[in-house]
Design a protein around this ligand. Sequence first.
Ligand SMILES: C[S@@+](CC[C@H](N)C(=O)[O-])C[C@H]1O[C@@H](n2cnc3c(N)ncnc32)[C@H](O)[C@@H]1O
Length: 248
Amino acid sequence: MNEKDWDRVATTFEEEIFNVPENDTKGLITDAIRRLSAPGATATDLGCGVGRTLPLLAEHFAKVYAVDVSSQCLAVAAESCTQYDNITYVHADLSKDRNGYPATDVVLCINTLLNASIAVRGPLFDRTCRSVKRGGHLVLVVPALGSALLTTYRRLQWNLRDGMPPAEAQQEAAQNDAGIEHGIVHIDGVPTKHYMREELEASLAERGFRVEAIEKLEYGWDTEFEAPPRWMKEPWPWDWFVTAQRVR
Ligand SMILES: C[S@@+](CC[C@H](N)C(=O)[O-])C[C@H]1O[C@@H](n2cnc3c(N)ncnc32)[C@H](O)[C@@H]1O
């Protein structure tokens, strides 16, 4: 999705864009932000969207930069955060523009590094990493490739239980061919980058980060299927939740 696409969903964001913080039932995001906050410290919400996590950051950090490619999303975010006077809104396409804000102690980046095009995603990932001060932390949420494949398996399992012949069950369940070998899977028709744990370790190390933790941020099956059957329990679908420190 590009700037115009994100602008278009600004007013319907809550219905259309999956709410990661709301579905973070273990509170991984809140715990990490609390743990990394310190008096006088600064934070960036990179790809802040309509500002779901801005109150959390504004309450724990002295200064917050809310960065997004969509001016419409930024307008909705600013409207919903009028009670905070420590947030600066920055309109920037981080796949192209130089960062128009200083590096901060903490950068929170939830489902922003999704673009299927490496020409867009590569520079965006680089600038996200450069937005963290040396010694500071990146708190990252990205889609998991294993979760997308598990969802396909669950669909196959469901089809088989419903009595579908195996070959047909497998074909019906198959992810459409968007470039799975590079982690690209269609989500609601949009080709979306998904990550492996090892890929995150390697790409963060390459960008000067020491990974502290990579955990599963788990969701219910109702986030993947309409009315999932009651037998469908753990293992649950997940996003990767990463905390990493910039060491160089
Ligand atoms: C899936 S939404 C997530 C929004 C928010 N982090 C949340 O959890 O609700 C992705 C956000 O990243 C922003 N984004 C995508 N590409 C970007 C880019 N190149 N530069 C800056 N922001 C970008 C989009 O405008 C959108 O608001």
